[in-house]
Design a binder for this molecule. Structure first.
Ligand code: NAD
Length: 342
């Protein structure tokens, strides 16, 4: 599955090179990551067993500045997925014209099954194994799926033990540990700015626009909250456990309270259940995938009932699906623009 992630990213780069009639030599340079680090991560589990995990840091390109990109903890993390995500970061920082390159990292792990202590030991082991290739002027990690401000604080601390006080080694730290105000909401907020501009270009406005959002983590929940504040109708959202729907728009502040209490959107009072598969084909104005990659494929792209796809997630649309969306007149706001707010 994840070989597809890298192939998809390479395919889009190839299309861009062909459209711009650029020298193919540069295409080889820009489709080959500069450095790939794979590390073995043994840790002591709470029950005394030895846990064994594999982590990656892939540095795609740094011609415009230090490598930059998130760290993901997920069972599907592998070298191809990390390669794809690292490459997307290069294009994202270039598109926004900020002085960074592109990198990504991850550990193949279901972190929801780890205790807090196991997660901390795993993060510190990972930092110990990659500390020589990251740093405030070389490569700066950030949160991604199933990593958050606390994970960034552990990396900052573990890195500083070896290199001296270095809060600049990661972004997305807690605000009271040298983090930046607004970072938590930045990616979701960026998605809202992106769709506001695209709608405005089509003489449409956010107020009253109906959104369906897959994923209610950092990106999806912040986007939902801000869209709700701006008068948009978020009619369905989901998380890994399933989705909820209300045709007149969900009460997002109440839903957030429900998620704080129950840790899932499922069974939100007053909503109807909807599966993650069916959610993608609900009738709406804007469909926002904000969880995993490759959820819009040739198998469901014909069934989508939306005018816009807002790519909150990285790589949610396969190359074949992208062609289908274009042929159907559905505007796809690409990840490297839509989710670059962080
Ligand atoms: P997160 O871990 O905070 O939240 C992930 C959400 O996705 C959770 O609600 C989870 O339950 C849900 N989910 C997981 N598996 C799912 C599945 N199979 N079906 C439906 N929902 C599922 O992650 P995040 O930081 O919000 O990242 C989400 C996406 O946005 C990822 O693709 C990530 O690469 C991308 N992204 C994140 C940032 C950032 O700043 N956090 C920046 C750019 C892009």
């Amino acid at each position: 599955m994840n070989a597809l992630a890298f192939e998809t990213t390479q395919h889009f780069i190839h299309q861009a090179f062909a459209a711009l009639e650029l020298d193919p030599t540069y295409e080889v340079l820009l489709t080959t990551p500069n450095r790939e680090v794979r590390v073995e991560l043994p840790i002591k589990m709470d029950d005394g067993r030895l846990g064994h995990f594999i982590g990656y840091r892939i540095q795609h390109d740094n011609s415009r500045g230090p490598y930059k990109g998130g760290i993901r903890y997920h069972p599907l993390v592998d070298v191809d997925e990390v390669r794809s995500l690292a490459s997307l970061m290069t294009w994202k920082t270039a598109l926004l014209d900020i002085p960074f390159g592109g990198a990504k990292g991850g550990i193949q792990v279901d972190s929801t099954k780890l205790s807090e202590g196991e997660k901390e030991r795993l993060t510190r082991r990972f930092t110990e194994r990659i500390h020589h290739v990251i740093g405030p002027t070389t490569d700066i990690p950030a949160p991604d799926m199933y990593t958050d401000a606390k994970v960034m604080a552990w990396i900052f601390d573990e890195y500083s033990r070896r290199h001296g006080f270095a809060p600049g080694v990661v972004t997305g730290k807690p605000v009271d540990l040298h983090g930046s105000l607004g970072r938590d909401s930045a990616t979701g907020r960026g998605c809202v700015f992106a769709i506001r501009e695209v709608l405005g270009h089509d003489d449409r406005e956010l107020a009253g626009t109906r959104f369906v959002i897959q994923g209610f983590g950092n990106v999806g929940s912040w986007a939902a909250r801000l869209l709700h504040e701006l008068g948009a109708k978020v009619i369905a959202v989901s998380d890994v456990n399933g989705g909820v729907f209300h045709g007149d728009g969900l009460d997002i502040p109440a839903l957030q309270k429900h998620v704080q209490e129950t840790r899932t959107v499922v069974d939100f009072p007053g909503s109807e259940p909807v599966s993650n598969t069916d959610l993608l084909t609900l009738e709406c104005d804007v469909l926002m995938p904000a969880a995993l990659g490759h959820v819009i494929t040739k198998d469901n792209a014909h069934e989508l009932r939306t005018a816009y796809v807002l790519e909150g997630a990285n790589g949610p649309t396969t190359a074949e699906a992208d062609d289908i969306l274009r042929s159907r007149g559905i505007t796809c706001v690409p990840d490297i623009f839509a989710n670059a707010g962080g």
